[in-house]
Write a protein that binds this ligand. Structure first.
Ligand SMILES: Cc1ncc(COP(=O)(O)O)c(C=O)c1O
Length: 293
């Protein structure tokens, strides 16, 4: 990478239908318009530049999929060798994508945590840049640019920003970003520990747990757990609003719907739509069949 690391500004759009149904202004920050289809590109671009400037030739990450897809692509085009560590039951279509992007795939264990442990052992034995959650602040810095954009794009302070959460990196980054702006919305982490549908955030792995707890405290934020029925319903509603996102990203709408029952936000709510479903034919087919959307 020869230039400065750059992230791409993503659109913030109002969801007309959903706003009408919920009786409040709901906006979607379309992170799925990033080059490889998820917000992970913000993290990757920062790390690739850091790795190159520090003389690394190889880079490694444990990932549920999106971070691996992003890191594989940008490593390949910048001449770095990328190692991806993933749980053995990672979706086949994600494996195909990662391999097509030229990364070396190491399958280890049946959870992201196990893949992560194996990845750290590998990094400790080789001279490899560590791109793992919980171990690289560049990821948080990359994600912080999301909130800075929201503060320019939205004239009114949002009352809630809802974030799909697994390791907590994105949540922490969004909180860091807001501390640099005039806005202090309540941050809601949407989690799905037992999901079969939202596999990108399955397990609530908390690899950034310390930072996540700190950010939850400082932002007076909270976590809301959503079920697969709620996620499926929310995914279907977002498709009808022309947003073909991953089920993991639709957890944001599912959490807002839950929140709305108890506590009506008085100002706009923003959903962080993190990943596109368009890269994953099997997932897409399942959702469309189940939802008859
Ligand atoms: C689509 C999608 N949304 C949200 C997240 C959650 O990010 P984090 O692990 O930073 O909490 C991920 C993480 O893999 C993801 O792939």
């Amino acid at each position: 990478m020869h230039d400065h690391p750059r992230t791409y500004t993503t659109p913030l759009i109002k969801l007309d239908r959903i706003s009408r149904e919920l009786g409040l202004d709901v906006y979607a920050k379309l992170e799925y318009t990033q080059p490889t289809g998820s917000h992970k590109d913000r993290e990757t671009l920062m790390m690739i530049q850091d790795a190159i400037s520090r003389g690394y030739r190889e880079i490694a990450i444990a990932s549920t999929g999106n971070a691996a897809i992003s890191l594989s692509f940008f490593s390949r085009i910048n001449g770095l060798k990328c190692h991806v560590f993933a749980r053995e039951n990672i979706a086949g279509e994600k494996i195909e994508l990662i391999k097509a992007l030229g990364a070396e795939l190491h399958l280890a264990g049946d959870s992201l945590r196990e893949a992560f442990q194996t990845c750290i052992e590998y990094i400790n034995q080789h001279n490899i840049y560590d791109a793992n959650p919980g171990r690289n602040f560049k990821k948080i810095e990359g994600d912080s640019t999301i909130s800075i954009e929201i503060s320019y794009q939205l004239e009114e302070e949002p009352s809630h920003v809802i974030i799909p959460t697994n390791n907590g990196t994105l949540y922490v980054g969004i909180w860091l970003g807001f501390t640099k702006t005039k806005y202090r919305p309540k941050l809601i982490g949407a989690i799905a520990p037992t999901t079969k549908l939202a596999d990108s955030i399955a397990g609530f792995s908390k690899l950034d747990e310390q930072e996540l707890n700190k950010a939850l405290n400082e932002s007076k934020g909270t976590l809301i757990e959503v079920s697969d029925d709620e996620i499926l319903n929310a995914t279907k509603q977002l498709y009808k609003e022309n947003i073909p996102c991953e089920p993991a990203s639709a957890t944001t709408l599912a959490a807002l719907q839950k929140l709305n029952k108890n506590q009506q936000p008085d100002k706009p709510a923003v959903l962080i739509i993190t990943g596109t479903a368009i890269r994953f034919p099997k997932t897409l087919r399942n959702i469309l069949q189940e939802s008859r959307a």
